[in-house]
Design a protein around this ligand. Structure first.
Ligand SMILES: Nc1ncnc2c1ncn2[C@@H]1O[C@H](COP(=O)(O)OP(=O)(O)OP(=O)(O)O)[C@@H](O)[C@H]1O
Ligand SMILES: [Mg+2]
Length: 247
């Protein structure tokens, strides 16, 4: 696929001291594509996501978003960064702001919307992720699954071109995992371009166009979910799958 590239990484390398954490990464994600990234702990999945959003610098190579090189700093970077919504394992909501304020804040500060317009849009998005009735509560008054859905709504409020999810359900109790995955599946079905780091194989099978398997800072496999799960070609992937499928 990737006929219309939205995220392009070319020969990306990064070191943390002696650790070569991203090694010659080449990855293109097409508009509307959903790519699931899996791999053992420490393989570089989070670093990859953070590099795409420029939360980490890279040593060499290029990262393009919708054809544009990621700038090093400044206003241009803030704008490009807002084009990529990011959802982490920990929800990172502002504790002293209501749910509505959490979703509206960035719209006003970064996108320059009027408060009323931002709030109206926030309510629509909260409705879309199924937490409209929680708008006036504070994050601590919500379940983990509800907080994560608010975090998704907050990212969507910036009207991002792509969304990155880094293990969005791994801090959640099982009954809440499903409700978050359902929201993500709906987003995928709506055509959102997504990179999702997750060990939720059901999500990968049902929503992903491709599975990227990372090990030791490298992309070892990049195939369709069906191919990957039924016919992994590398020993690393076979070993990894046998471990996670045993759980
Ligand atoms: N800021 C940092 N400074 C030094 N080393 C780091 C830093 N961040 C990550 N690392 C190291 O880089 C490697 C890759 O980390 P990363 O968090 O990207 O892995 P991951 O695939 O997301 O793992 P996990 O599945 O546990 O989340 C690890 O060995 C980690 O210890
Ligand atoms: Mg990680």
């Amino acid at each position: 696929m990737a006929v219309d590239p939205l995220i392009e990484l070319q020969d990306v390398n990064k070191h943390f001291g002696d650790l070569h954490v991203l090694q010659d990464i080449n990855l293109t994600v097409g508009r509307g594509e959903v790519v699931v990234v899996i791999g053992p702990s420490g393989s570089g999945k989070s670093t990859l996501c953070r590099a795409i959003n420029r939360l980490e610098t890279i040593g060499s190579g290029t990262i393009r978003l919708d054809g544009q090189l990621l700038p090093d700093e400044g206003k241009e970077l803030a704008r490009l960064r807002a084009d990529v919504g990011m959802v982490f394992q920990s929800f990172n909501l502002f504790a002293h702001r209501t749910v509505l304020q959490n979703v509206s804040l960035g719209q006003v500060k970064v996108r320059g919307r009027k408060k009323e317009e931002a709030d109206r849009r926030s309510r629509e998005l909260l409705d879309r992720v199924g937490v409209a009735d929680q708008a006036d509560k504070y994050p601590a008054q919500l379940s983990g699954g509800q907080q994560q859905r608010v975090a998704i709504a907050r990212a969507l409020a910036m009207e991002p071109k792509a969304m990155l999810f880094d293990e969005p359900t791994s801090a959640l109790d099982p009954e809440m995992i499903t409700e978050v995955l359902e929201v993500m599946k709906a987003l995928a079905a709506d055509g959102m371009t997504m990179i999702v780091v997750t060990h939720e194989m059901g999500f990968a099978r049902s929503a992903a166009n491709r599975v990227v398997f990372m090990a030791d800072g490298r992309i070892v496999e990049d195939r369709t979910p069906d191919d990957f799960f039924t016919r992994p070609s590398s020993d690393r992937a076979k070993d990894f799958l046998s471990k996670i499928l045993k759980h």
